[in-house]
Design a binder for this molecule. Structure first.
Ligand SMILES: Nc1ncnc2c1ncn2[C@@H]1O[C@H](COP(=O)(O)OP(=O)(O)O)[C@@H](O)[C@H]1O
Ligand SMILES: CC(C)(COP(=O)(O)O)[C@@H](O)C(=O)NCCC(=O)O
Ligand SMILES: [K+]
Length: 239
């Protein structure tokens, strides 16, 4: 049985898999890391694979919680017909690479936009013939609203809900943040369609904020539970 770990800047997502099937999975905030050790110890783990963009301290905490040395994966120039156009793959968040691989595994012959709505929002462009052209990074909604609240006199409010024409401060805050995120996704979708000459690439969204983001989009979107772990399954060869 293989333990798969996706450590982002807010939460650690994990899954136990064998014969290509996920038998158990979960997500915890960094503060709850210690609880993972006993959770994982209940299973006959033979290998551990991890993707971490949250720094060395989180990595060390995960090594301690796993009774097996973790194979930490990093972004690569190519794998399974996907070519990574990032200039320096060593600087690219491995969650982004794995989300692209996970999306490719689900829809091998389509133009895809892949959005990871987490601490940050990342938006990737992948063409049907396997060119991962690149992607954008922007603050997640929580960070955007936090920045406003810390840097303005009158916006220290809990955000409200998205509305077409918000008529109060809380709703204005929520609408601005979600429209910024949705706009980044819609613009990447338009640029990829322009680049390939093929209309409306499929949009896959994963991450804690994926449901909220999907609700704000004009076009269709597929919500996928954990694209990063799906990509890690292929790297860890979880057959
Ligand atoms: N301190 C927190 N308490 C509760 N939820 C949080 C906290 N920080 C972030 N979140 C939520 O967690 C989600 C981000 O988690 P995730 O998508 O796993 O991001 P990442 O991959 O960056 O860790 C968002 O929905 C965000 O609102
Ligand atoms: C952009 C990210 C912080 C997103 O991480 P997350 O929101 O999943 O915690 C992560 O992919 C990262 O640290 N990237 C490094 C810079 C780059 O990808 O170019
Ligand atoms: K992530």
């Amino acid at each position: 049985m293989k333990l798969l770990i996706d450590a982002g800047n807010s939460r650690v997502k994990w899954a136990l898999c064998e014969q290509g099937r996920i038998v158990e999975q979960g997500a915890v905030l960094h503060a709850e890391l210690p609880s993972l050790a006993e959770r994982w110890a209940k299973h006959p783990v033979t290998e551990a694979w991890g993707a971490c963009v949250a720094g060395e301290e989180v990595k060390a905490g995960l090594e301690a919680a796993s009774r097996h040395p973790v194979h930490w994966v990093t972004s690569e120039a190519a794998r399974g017909g996907v070519r990574n156009h990032y200039r320096n793959v060593a600087e690219q968040g491995v969650d982004r690479w794995l989300a692209v691989l996970g999306a490719r595994a689900l829809h091998p012959d389509e133009d895809l936009v892949i959005a990871l709505a987490g601490t940050a929002l990342t938006v990737e462009a992948l063409s049907a013939d396997g060119d991962y052209l690149g992607g954008a990074i922007l603050p997640g909604a929580r960070l955007m609203l936090g920045a406003l609240s810390h840097n303005t006199a009158q916006l220290k409010r809990e955000p409200g809900a998205w509305h077409e024409f918000p008529d109060n401060t809380p709703d204005a805050l929520a609408t601005g943040a979600w429209d910024a995120l949705a706009g980044a996704v819609e613009r990447m979708r338009a640029r990829l369609a322009e680049q390939t000459g093929r209309p409306s690439p499929r949009l896959l969204i994963s991450g804690g904020d994926a449901p909220m983001l999907a609700d704000c989009l004009t076009g269709p979107a597929d919500l996928v539970d954990n694209l990063v772990l799906l990509g890690l399954m292929s790297v860890a060869d979880c057959r």
